[in-house]
Design a protein around this ligand. Sequence first.
Ligand code: G6P
Ligand code: ZN
Length: 615
Amino acid sequence: ITNKSDESKYVSGTIANADLDVSDAVGLGTLKPTIVKSAPIRGQEPGTSGLRKKTKEFMSENYLNNFVQAVFDAVIAGGTNVSEGTLVVGGDGRYYNDKAIQTIIKMGVANGVKRFWIGKDGLLSTPAVSATIRERGPVWQTAFGAFILTASHNPGGPEEDFGIKYNTQNGGPAPEYLMQATYSNTTSIKSYKICADFPEVDITTVGSTTILAGDGSSSVVVEVIPSTESHVALLKTIFDFDAIKALLDRDDFTMVYDSMHGVNGPYSKSIFVDELGQPESVLTNHIPKDDFNGGHADPNLTYAKELVATMGLNAKGDKIDVSGPIPSFGAAADGDGDRNMILGTQFFVTPSDSLAVIVANANCIPFFRNQGGLKAVARSMPTSGAVDRVAKDLNLDFFETPTGWKFFGNLMDSKVIFKGKDYTPFICGEESFGTGSDHVREKDGIWAVLAWLNILAANNSDASKPLVTVEDIVQKHWSKYGRNYYCRWDFEGVDKVKATAMMDKMRADSATNTGRTVGSYTIATADDFKYIDPVDGSVAQKQGIRFLMSDGSRIIFRLSGTAGSGATVRMYIEQYETEKLNLPVAVALEELTEIALGLCDILTFCGTKTPTVIT
Ligand code: G6P
Ligand code: ZN
């Protein structure tokens, strides 16, 4: 073992296992792989965002090892030389994160990886992983991929959820074929490779450690990197930090950013305190905890309770009485920092409206302005059509994709894949509190927050004028484009077989439902959404049952692809209005909601018509 380093980022040699005898280590040959016998474990099929299971299951014998080996085998068979470049490893800090990292390093070495970048304290947000892959290092060290340890917004802890996903060289989640190959490998695995003697890495200290093989024939470099470095550096090139600072420094502007004890804490601190000079009091719940403090780190009106109350709202988004001043701006992030919620003073911005407003104002943001303006936008099918109107008005290429960030990635990389047609710069978003652009290949919570602040700053450049608020900006948007009243009802933990039967029935009835009159609406089209990727021609079927009304209103049903146990039915309701712009959402959507409950007949199929969450 040597702590010598010619590494540019070298700080100090850090091997926690200090009592490891060096002469022994040389003799042991710490880089020598051991082949450990194993056998397939059922149910290791990755979902929308990798493999997510109960933590206990992950901690059971060979569970993590099998999956990691299956990924390595798929990646190597796919043509990646894992001995060139770097493997990034980090996670959202949930329980078992630190242990899993050590296992992945040991298995990585055994599978031929020569260089690792590990987020300090094991932390890397999902967008930061993407930025690290794309931005970090001299060319010869550039990352070939990453393991992200996260179950996103799902609760963490020994009794809760754990997850792992793999991202490839473009910084985005592994494509479907790679995950299918991984799954297939898990069903036939006979052994995994591990360097059991490889020393534990002290992930709490930034620095680089070189470990030599006993005979000196090869070496491995493990570098613990500052978690925020690449991502924050990238964000600084995208936004006008001076303008944002001027806004934040105004006496009449206050903000609060709730990291919900997830991985976003260090990122919010780096940006708002270190870069933008704000007091730490603008941050709440910014110390990561391995169980997210027992909470549900999902930024929506139901789960971001504390922030929602601070902003003067209840879980339905209605105003409540608050003693004392309410901040001008509120935001929250999920466990792995890729989701965002935006709030003004007693005002909730739906993710669909947030996307539309950011697109309409994209030229306030240097990243877009400096590239000659935004070129293309995309939203997932269940996301409201608010952004469609902006795209039309601004003459942007527009795409409607199935739910899942991966569908945006193809479009962003279209120049490479699609013979010169370039859809960047590109903005995309989903109703599920995800927004982002082509600066990375994941959704990016803190990007959305900075986008809003940059837009607010541009609207408040004259400090002597009264503050233009979040609500002012949204109201102005509605009066120009109309308002897409929108809500989503979730029925969590319902029986999967029954929920599937309900979807099948609606699918089968599509033809007879088309043309039918329901209440004051006519169903212009009833179908199941199908997507043909314009870039690679791949087809995604059964992406959601749609009832498209003749006046542009929509009712949509999907089964969640990320549900922990049982099934989650999602019901999306949307009504477009050009005149009555300030009705309570529940009032605006009352009739459509009743119609939706009738169309799906969830009460008969699933025994309930009461949602567990409304967003
Ligand atoms: C993850 C994905 C998103 C997707 C969301 C909702 O967060 O990254 O792209 O929109 O899950 O998925 P679900 O299937 O549960 O509605
Ligand atoms: Zn997430």
